[in-house]
Write a protein that binds this ligand. Structure first.
Ligand code: ZN
Length: 249
């Protein structure tokens, strides 16, 4: 079923670095957007330099079922007001896919409450992702493991809260391992962190990666048929027997 997706990208490396522009001439967001459109989703894109709101106005988020976030060098330039708005929408049910170096984004750190740091190395090494939860819909259509031929290494310890569900573990040629696909719920919303995706390697052009992203959009989409949640002072639903009130002496 087609979901309304907003693909957000920092979109600086692609404009400033020829090696990156060769892999992603129209930006990482363009490749992700095409893949999600091919999977049947309705996709818009937004970038850091799309005005002071970074293309993420209230109207845009209101019309977004799932937001994907890629950032790396300019996390600090993301407006706090936008971060808070994204957080509110996640708590209200909007899905959020946090991609690769967005582990250090303001929004991910805010939603996790931890430092979110990790080991890294850029040596074009092989990564092998293993499915650790074959019952999970994010693994639909995937083999039990697959390789990213050239990857930036991310290694443990990854400073995140324990994922509610761990969907992928990665092994790297240099010996490290990493929790690569982490599911969380925050309020009424769902958050998925997905590791692969460095700007100088064609990771987002890879079929298995595109399949994971399309599946994750479906998984993270709001639960339209879920209950209305009320928070605050609440009248009892049943009659309360006040004779056994042991707090009154
Ligand atoms: Zn990277």
């Amino acid at each position: 079923m087609g979901r309304r997706v907003t693909v957000w990208n920092e979109f600086r490396h692609e404009r400033e670095n020829d090696a990156v522009a060769e892999v992603y001439p129209d930006g990482i967001h363009a490749v992700i957007a095409d893949a999600l459109e091919d999977a049947g989703h309705n996709v818009e894109t937004a970038t850091l330099d799309d005005g002071p709101q970074h293309g993420l106005s209230e109207e845009v988020l209101e019309a977004t079922d799932v937001l994907t976030w890629w950032g790396h060098a300019a996390h600090d330039e993301v407006n706090e007001e936008v971060v808070e708005r994204v957080q509110e929408h996640v708590l209200d049910g909007m899905g959020l896919l946090v991609l690769h170096s967005a582990h250090m984004s303001k929004i991910f750190r805010k939603l996790m409450g931890t430092g979110c740091g990790l080991k890294w190395r850029e040596a074009a090494e092989t990564e092998r992702l293993w499915v650790t939860d074959p019952s999970h819909p994010i693994t639909d259509g995937l083999p039990e493991s697959f390789e990213v031929p050239e990857a930036e290494m991310y290694g443990e310890h990854f400073d995140i809260p324990a994922p509610e569900t761990l969907v992928f573990n990665s092994w790297f040629e240099g010996g490290e391992v990493f929790r690569s696909g982490c599911c969380y719920s925050r309020g009424e919303g769902r958050v998925f962190y997905f590791r692969p995706g460095h700007e100088t390697y064609p990771v987002y052009h890879q079929e298995e990666i595109q399949q994971v992203l399309a599946n994750a959009v479906e998984w993270a989409a709001p639960n339209e048929d879920g209950p209305e949640i009320y928070r605050g002072n609440h009248e009892p639903i049943e009659d309360i027997d006040i004779d056994d009130d042991r707090t009154v002496h």
